[in-house]
Design a binder for this molecule. Structure first.
Ligand code: ADP
Length: 618
């Protein structure tokens, strides 16, 4: 299932059991051997949490106070049963009952305060990590985006970071809370009656082991369910989508897809049912053992009471403490794995934060405030990551200042790749490219890219207004500059006639604009930027004659007084170029003006016959 891997569904309960954040992580899920805790990683996680020291102190104070207060109510109950009632002391009775209510009220208030503080830590961490991740992702080179599934990036920024928030506060707080409660309870019951306290602890293994086993099983099932759920979501995403639906309907694959979908849902159903059952076993074993504890206390405590060695109130109090003991112990049964899972999520985020961008400013890189526009490719070789053969090799040619150079060649010859190297979306793997004699790698990325404009075949527009899309190229442009650019690109009249004019929202894929309109918008955007160097990938799709001539005129305005590198598909464009670089398999085969190349009767002449001559639009 192609895109399935990275997609992770929202936090939800599966099979009626809420998933904890730890269990959600399928990279650590399953029942594999437990690896030792990575101390370096743990220290780094703690560093992430350290800016919230004051809040943590508050949280732990709340937890400590709650655990201490938690042991008070059974003592008050004992007072009622052993003193207030037998000794007929109504004032004491009122006092003790009031005490029970008061203690619970204070504990409730402390709980609210603790939730408030931990939410602050969680949200703060979420905010920090999300912003750090976004900044880092912005610096990633284009190759990162061509090799990483979009769903995975979304998952990193949304669900992983979101999970970290819960893990950081949830896991830490739950561990501290359970530990403190267990310690406080054990101290008190040992103080009351050591023998009964030991008896209470006898059943702990019986409680602990099934919890651990079922936890393990549940984790395995949860990991599988997570995977299947991800496949299901990816399937829905891919099929129930304009492009996917078009293919499904065109190739009559609806029944096949429906049965594939049914298989996936069947798997989800089976796994969910299994998970629910695993949960039931857990509850059953818990209830059996939580009954066994009190039963033992009643029995042996009763014998003690018969011998006058224990009061009734003490028996009741110890039984009440058992809940305070068993519940947190069960919660702690899988704590180690939960910590591992939590760390794994942090690890994934850290690995992304540590990912050094391949394309970055070299130390001492120069800022280019303007350029003459002299570009030299010197024995340039380039291979895409993981590609078997190089896309470009031994490639040399020059673009003189103000020159218009056309790149021509069969599909796959390397034309687009060349245009990617100029703004340093990729760096050459061999040789170098210079601008005004400077290696591109010696120029700051920002100042290099500021000199370059790009009009590509596919116009990408953000889901925003026309105006915002245009301003993306130059945020400080005035209203006049905006209109002037749109007028030069022959798109102003169209934009002005839209329902909201320049404020009309264009969809992400600009469905409401025709191909020609999108191209002219893209030309207007480039005009606003006003770069000295222009890269133009001419659209291959043919447009109607009016659109075509509007675009040609707009392009002519854009190309004026600029150095340009053009992937040309039209004879009319090629004719206006000073020089044509003919490419094949990443090599330069011929260079020269149109007439001279035709006279050579080589690859260009052949391409000209096939591609350009019959109709001027392709
Ligand atoms: P053109 O624009 O001339 O059609 P390209 O520059 O797009 O050619 O492609 C040149 C070669 O590089 C082709 O063989 C293509 O398959 C390969 N290629 C293009 N993009 C990638 C990529 N992201 N990863 C691996 N190979 C690529």
């Amino acid at each position: 299932m192609g895109v399935g891997g990275g997609w992770r569904g929202p936090d939800q309960s599966l099979g009626g059991l809420p998933r904890t954040f730890g269990l959600q992580n399928r990279n650590t899920g399953g029942d594999g051997p437990q690896k030792p805790l990575d101390r370096v990683l743990l220290r780094r996680v703690l560093t992430c949490l350290s800016p919230y020291k004051t809040l943590w102190v508050g949280i732990f104070a709340c937890l400590g106070a709650t655990a201490a207060l938690g042991v008070v109510p059974p003592l008050l109950v004992r007072g009622i049963l052993d003193d207030a009632i037998p000794k007929h002391q109504p004032t004491l009775l009122f006092g003790l009952v009031g005490g029970i209510i008061g203690v619970n009220l204070v504990m409730g208030l402390l709980g609210v305060l603790q939730s408030f503080l931990s939410a602050q830590v969680g949200e703060g961490l979420l905010y920090d990590l999300r912003n750090r991740l976004f900044l880092r992702l912005q610096q990633m080179s284009l190759s990162y985006y061509t090799t990483t599934r979009a769903g995975e990036i979304v998952a990193r920024v949304s669900s992983d970071v979101g999970a970290v928030q819960g893990v950081a506060t949830g896991t830490v707080i739950s561990i501290a809370n359970n530990l403190l409660t267990v310690i406080a309870t054990i101290v008190v019951i040992f103080g009351m009656n050591p023998r009964l306290a030991l008896l209470a602890l006898v059943v702990v293994p019986g409680l602990y082991l099934p919890t651990k086993l079922v936890g393990k099983l549940r984790r395995k099932l949860s990991a599988e369910a997570q995977e299947t759920q991800a496949d299901l979501l990816a399937f829905v995403q891919e099929r129930l989508h304009v492009g996917g639906m078009l293919l499904t309907q065109l190739y009559g694959q609806a029944p096949a897809d429906a049965s594939a979908f049914e298989k996936l849902t069947q798997r989800v159903k089976a796994l969910n049912l299994k998970q629910t059952l695993a949960g039931r076993w857990l509850f059953m074993s818990l209830s059996v053992f939580s009954v066994a504890g009190p039963a033992l206390i009643y029995l042996f405590g009763g014998i003690e009471a018969l011998n006058n060695r224990l009061t009734l109130g003490s028996i009741i109090a110890i039984v009440a403490y058992l809940a305070n003991l068993y519940r947190p112990l069960a919660n702690l049964a899988n704590v180690y794995v939960d910590i591992q899972a939590a760390l794994a999520i942090f690890e994934r985020i850290f690995s992304l934060l540590d990912h050094d961008p391949e394309i970055a400013d070299a130390p001492g890189a120069k800022t280019l405030t303007q350029t003459r526009g002299e570009v030299r490719f010197e024995s340039v070789g380039f291979s895409y990551p993981n590609a078997a053969t190089p896309a470009l090799s031994e490639l040399s040619f020059t673009i003189a200042p103000g020159e218009r150079v056309a790149l021509v060649g069969p599909s796959g010859a390397g034309k687009t790749t060349i245009t990617y190297l100029l703004p340093r979306f990729f760096d050459p793997t061999e040789g170098k490219i210079t601008l005004d004699g400077l290696d591109l790698r010696e120029i700051t990325l920002e100042s290099l890219r500021a000199r370059i404009g790009m009009v590509t075949q596919e116009t990408f527009l953000f889901h925003a207004s026309v105006k915002q899309n245009l301003l993306y190229a130059r945020p400080d442009a005035t209203e006049e500059q905006l209109t002037a650019a749109a007028k030069s690109a022959h798109i102003h009249d169209f934009l002005a006639a839209l329902p909201d004019g320049y404020d009309t929202i264009v969809g992400e894929r600009a469905f409401r604009l025709s191909g020609g309109e999108r191209q002219r918008l893209s030309i207007a955007r480039a005009l606003l930027k006003n770069p000295e160097l222009l890269i133009l990938d001419e659209a291959t799709s043919s447009l109607d004659a009016t659109s075509e001539s509007l675009i040609q005129e707009a392009l002519e305005t854009l190309l004026q007084n600029r150095t340009a590198l053009i992937i040309a598909h039209r004879l009319s464009t090629i004719r206006t170029c000073d020089k044509i670089v003919v490419l094949e398999h990443g090599h330069v085969v011929e260079v020269g003006p149109h007439e001279a190349l035709l006279a050579k009767n080589g690859l260009y002449a052949e391409l000209y016959q096939k591609q350009f001559r019959p109709v001027s639009t392709n």
